[in-house]
Design a protein around this ligand. Sequence first.
Ligand code: G3H
Ligand code: 13P
Ligand code: ZN
Length: 309
Amino acid sequence: MSLITSKEIFRKAYEGKYAIGAFNVNNMEIIQGIVEAAQVENAPLILQVSAGARKYARPTYLKKLVEAAIEDTGLDVVLHLDHGEDFEICKQCIDDGFTSVMIDGSKHPFEENIALTKRVVEYAHERGVVVEAELGRLAGVEDDVNVNAKDASYTDPDQAVEFVERTGVDSLAIAIGTSHGAYKFKGDPKLDFERLEKISNMLPNFPLVLHGASTVIPEFVMACNEYGGNIPGAKGVPEDMLSRAAKLGVCKINIDTDLRLAMTAAIRKYLVENPDVFDPRKYLGKGRDAIKEMVKHKIRNVLGCSNTL
Ligand code: G3H
Ligand code: 13P
Ligand code: ZN
């Protein structure tokens, strides 16, 4: 039971054609809900921290909370930086003891992305830390993704091979039509599986990563809205598409929005139904329970990594 890198769990996931959940963490209740679910499901786990989460909770708290979770559950956990935007934040996290970092150079031109990623890989590998990079841009709901726009923003398979060879990166986030947040598609959800298959075939035994992979389960959006929320038109990635991606070399699936919705729905419901309660443990506890149920569901029914430890 310790902080581990994703090397071995990705190798097993790739061979077993399942994916590992990478869940975003911001506070104690979220961490507890996630690790308790992974413990029940006997599943490998990646906890990821964004720059925003570091700012909100402050770096020391999240690191210590993850260490506490490991001690409490006896689980091995990958502690990962999500969307590191420059060398400095990656370096800070590596120096702080993270076992995995993402350098997200996807907004830069190809050569700059390569140079930045290479620099992080060098620093990380010397210290036994693994690196995820990103090539291609995630689609936004505002984007009208026609064929030309798709070619410009989705990951190019030839470039992906060159990128991996030249940077020595350990995993690669690809763009095939997902996007962050609760509003992923205007019309019917659609991912470019042909492209994914091509990338996967051209990069054998190499772990791919899917960001923006929340399903935005209608039940939870409705539950939020029923208790005073206003989240119209939210739409995410259908779960069967995620299971399909897991069979095509996607070893890490990033989920944040679904946890936010589950936690918020539970807390809204509790507060509306119990207007006289003002003990934060009561409603945060409901939020934690909701996170646990959501993560159990993802691990068991979507990612397929139950009982793979
Ligand atoms: O990809 C972004 C994650 O959902 C983290 O979001 O930057 O609001 O913490 P955040
Ligand atoms: P969602 O917003 O779809 O949960 O994606 C989260 C993510 O990709 C974090 O990096
Ligand atoms: Zn992301």
